[in-house]
Design a protein around this ligand. Sequence first.
Ligand SMILES: O=c1ccn([C@@H]2O[C@H](COP(=O)(O)O)[C@@H](O)[C@H]2O)c(=O)[nH]1
Length: 275
Amino acid sequence: MTAPFGSKLAEKTAQRGTLCAGIDPHPGLLDAWGLERTVSGLEKFALISAEVLGAETAVVKPQSAFFEAFGAPGIAVLERVITLCRDAGALVLLDVKRGDIGSTMGAYTAAYLSGDTALSADAVTVSPYLGFGSLAPAIEAARAGGRGVMVLARTSNPEAAELQNALLPNGKTVAQSIVDQAAAINEGAEPLGDVGVVVGATVAPGELDLDALNGPVLAPGFGAQGATVSDLRKLFGAELRGVLPASSRDLLRHGPDPVALRDAVRRTQLLIRES
Ligand SMILES: O=c1ccn([C@@H]2O[C@H](COP(=O)(O)O)[C@@H](O)[C@H]2O)c(=O)[nH]1
């Protein structure tokens, strides 16, 4: 039987640190790396990134949108990225932000969480904004297969507050209600549950109570979106339990030289560990 995702994540982050490195082949980054905005440019960018980040970090987070932008050939590159990173020892968190009615969620689950396709990842990002319950097929399949989900709760973008901080009739914010529903599933799991939440590192401290979550927290917004390590500790507490600070552009701008990219990853890991 395969180990639960929460256990694999705890073990991997203990070995390699908590940084979650994104692979986001932005057109501007392809330019900066001297690559064409073509599938061939995408492929070179993605494979260098996967080789370096997959060997150095606990979790690699490819952003599906930048691969989808090239159609089927882009998806084929994404499939290779997933395999390369996993072969290099990293867990792959595919950032696809899927969410739909439960029956359709079943099809997304087959694509990303079944283990039957080359797009299957260790975890995926999912959106609860069709109702947390609509995510049940993904959550059940993920947990049964030693995989995880990261549920969008309070995202890093400035437009998110209007919806995610709205108050529900029970007095909780929408984001807090999502965190609490994830916490209910994770209760009692050791060392961590399999249902994570996404909380931007840019969010103001005190908005959310994560004490009972007992699961991973993906924290994008660290680096290019302006959040620093000291912001992370103010927001999530000194221990940063379960927190995966996620950075994409701020690391990737150091390529295409693999050594420079690797050094940037190591500097960031040190910063997170020692600051
Ligand atoms: O709240 C969220 C959820 C996801 N993201 C994604 O993370 C990366 C951030 O990239 P940077 O270059 O480090 O800013 C990107 O793929 C987003 O789609 C997020 O930023 N905020």
